[in-house]
Unconditional design. Structure first.
Ligand code: NAP
Length: 322
């Protein structure tokens, strides 16, 4: 629990997995005095009301931001620009406006084009998630021990950046600051490319005529199952991520294709040494990730097995983190 609330009124625009998790965590930690939430559809707004995760649920984005000193936009990145335009005339002077989008360069450009100079715009990306969507999927512990990357634009107010960092720390996250451009390059390789590979391989297996669908499902524990879960991630969110981070993803995809070609050549030539060296190097990378506590060494990445007794907190997978 924080000693006293860091913000008076938190407005959440979008209350899916991330927005509803912020609401739950901010309340659990006493990080804000009150929470007002909204969502695009009446169905989601009704569900958020039933879940009682916000103090107030309002019908419009404009009404949500009235009087808020912290506004967090938790919607797909492609929708952030139009929403910034919509809320701009209603923002309180001095408010901090942020987002949670998985791509930062496009959000920075498209939102700052509309936001008034009287507010502090500090984009953010909590690197935490699961493959599930919607307000029921959220949980208060989602951000614990996960990174939240802030990408303040040049000249951003330091006090505002520090206040937003304190908010994310109160929710359990570790905070790192970098430029939006650097963020997009790093995430292209750590998150966007792995998702693209999962989407591809699951599609490839599905189209294989020689392997029946039931065999794919039956023997899925051999690595494929993990890909299917990642490939179940929200199609809207991921469509927007690839469109918004096109340049960095294409750059990483080019390098990836070169590496696949090198491994293909090694297999074709029967070059066991090359394969062994490569796999030894990647094993060391995996060990490094476990050593710094970003994943567990237990099978299935520490995700509780549905048939086994497990602790009540789902530990999100590294590869799910949009
Ligand atoms: P989600 O569970 O699908 O929730 C999305 C929310 O955005 C819903 O409240 C939805 O409203 C609203 N929304 C969708 N399209 C909209 C539009 N065009 N205009 C206004 N509101 C719209 O998604 P999420 O996983 O919370 O993702 C939200 C953001 O977090 C994305 O930018 C994503 O890149 C980022 N992020 C996701 C993860 C992850 O693993 N999922 C991790 C880190 C960051 P309705 O329900 O009413 O349709």
């Amino acid at each position: 629990m924080t000693e006293k609330p860091l913000f008076n009124r938190l407005a959440l625009i979008g209350t899916g997995l991330i927005g509803s998790s912020i609401a739950r965590a901010a309340r659990a930690q006493g990080a804000v005095r009150e929470i007002v939430a909204t969502a695009r559809s009446t169905v989601t707004r009704k569900r958020v009301t039933e879940l009682q995760i916000a103090d107030e649920v309002v019908d419009t984005n404009a009404a949500a931001v009235e009087g808020a000193d912290l506004v967090i936009v938790c919607i797909p990145v492609g929708a952030c620009g139009p929403v910034a335009k919509e809320i701009a005339p209603h923002l309180a002077p001095g408010a901090i406006v942020s987002d949670v989008g998985s791509v930062k360069g496009s959000v920075l450009r498209e939102m700052s084009a509309h936001l008034p100079k009287t507010v502090h715009f500090i984009p953010a990306h909590p690197v935490a998630g699961t493959e599930h969507s919607g307000p029921d999927a959220g949980f208060a512990e989602l951000f614990v021990n996960r990174w939240c990357i802030l990408t303040p634009p040049p000249g951003a107010d330091k006090t505002a950046v520090d206040r937003l960092a304190a908010f994310w720390r109160a929710l359990g996250a570790n905070v790192e600051t970098m430029t939006a451009e650097h963020h997009d390059l790093v995430l292209a390789v750590t998150s966007h490319l792995p998702h693209l590979i999962a989407y591809t391989i699951v599609g490839t297996a599905d189209e294989l005529a020689t392997v029946t669908r039931s065999e794919v499902l039956k023997f899925s524990a051999g690595g494929f199952r993990d890909f299917t879960r990642i490939a179940a991630s929200d199609p809207t969110m991921w469509r927007d991520v690839f469109l918004a981070n096109k340049d960095a993803v294409l750059e990483m995809l080019g390098r990836f294709n070169e590496d696949v070609s090198a491994l293909t050549k090694a297999i074709r030539r029967g070059d066991g040494d090359a394969l062994f060296d490569h796999f030894t190097r990647t094993r060391a990378i995996r060990k490094g990730i476990v050593d710094i506590g970003q994943d567990s060494a237990s099978p299935d990445f520490g995700r509780p097995h549905p048939d086994l007794p497990h602790d009540p907190l789902p530990k999100p997978y590294a590869a799910d983190e949009g």
